[in-house]
Ligand binder design. Sequence first.
Ligand SMILES: Cc1ncc(COP(=O)(O)O)c(C=O)c1O
Length: 521
Amino acid sequence: MQLIQRQSAKAIQPKNETFECPEVLGAKHSVPLLDGRYVPQIFLDNAASTKPFKVVSDFLQEIQPYYSNIHRGTGFDSSFCTERYEQARRIVGDFVGWDSDRDVVIPVRNTTEGMNLLANTISFAPGDRVLTTILEHHSNDLPWRSKAKVEHLPINSEGQIDLEELERRLDPTKGRVRVVSMTGASNITGTVLPIHEIATLAHKYGALMVVDGAQLVPHRRVTMKPHTDPSHIDFLVFSGHKMNCPTGVGAVVGRRDIFSAAAPYQTGGGTISTVTVDSITWAAPPDRNEAGTPNVLGLLALARTIQVLEAVGMDAIDAHERELTALLLEKLNRIPQVKVLGSSNPEAMEKRVGAVSFTVEGVPHNLVAAILSFEWGIAVRNGTFCAQPLMKHLLNTNEDFICGSKSENAARLSGADGAVRASLGVHNTEQDIETLVEAVTSIAQKQWKGDYEQDAATGEYLPRGFRFDFSLLPGFSTEPILNNPILTPVRQGGLKLISPFPLVTVAGIGALLTTFWVYFW
Ligand SMILES: Cc1ncc(COP(=O)(O)O)c(C=O)c1O
């Protein structure tokens, strides 16, 4: 493998010299290019998922031998894990400024599960309304739709909602607003909403304030504030996999009384205090809301990740990412063919995080993303980012997008059926931005090497005659693993034991019989 060091047009001197990012696993590993070279990857898909901190991965390795199911085990390992699990819960709550008496931390798989949990826990009366915005990810929109009438507040050219319009909509004569559920930061435009001002208004009219923190919590210090403060957040939801924690865990932090008042959304082991054949008494939250064996190691990893983020400093992370985002916007603004979606003002960093989506005139978004990957080793995301109403607004189209038939869709929408998103994470550097901008500049000038064809089924662009070769990467080989024989299905029913030992035994018996036969014949 030929690893090429990236050449930069000019030497980059990071401005924020004090910022040190802990090692992020795989953030810079080498990836193949169309021309056969390998380069260190530039990972700019952090809004979808970040890669885990190495120290968190090491921590998981260390703790795994002690793993045991929690709460009612009496063994050493179970007692240990139970203690660490409850400690992790407190670390998660403290990170977002919970009130440990009045709030609970409920581990979930991700923000989507958290939002579904809330939509199925908060009580709604007929005619109730949920106010949200056009900025929302589908995960903070669809779960509410079967529970109440969902209204989407519009945004202005800066991507912000109008607080006066919000107050008008909160007017109870139009029907009770039970929940105001808004994103902390948009996954497309990066817009940060004034969540505490919104919460103050929501509380003035008796509504609950829910914040989708998926894109905010990883990048900024978020504090829920005391319950006595009208600007407090009632529920905050976020995902670990967007904040350098291994995937599979997130959290809902919020009001114990609301969870206490509702039957659990999912029922089963762990959720009850008493069960008879004809009655159930639910346990108190959070147990009530953690049906089945929880993701113990996931929550431990989340707590460890939070400790790493705290050690680096959320303010330092914020400052580092603001600097890089401003640089990216400033440079993209100079490419005439590029249009940044939402605000592209590099001076207005207070109001946004580093999710930067853009289109390149005359080049479909899926082709831009393919060229970035195959010719530059740059990982971005493209499409409509699970926020179709917002993309319709931003791309100024009345046509509906159709997931899974991008090819026809692109033709119908004259190519304006999505955008490219570069999203920054804690490990990114000024050099990453420089290389991305260099790549986008050349794509905008229609300069690329590959001959790309579009897959009719998926709409993806792929270079003709070239596919990534994953064969040397970890996989599920059926090779026998020493001391760990593995079972693989055989065609006509049953399981076949793949292990060197039976073969050795058969060969041994064969050799023995042959020897006897030759000797005695
Ligand atoms: C703003 C926002 N909310 C919710 C989600 C859903 O998060 P998850 O996929 O972790 O459930 C995302 C994911 O990208 C997001 O960006």
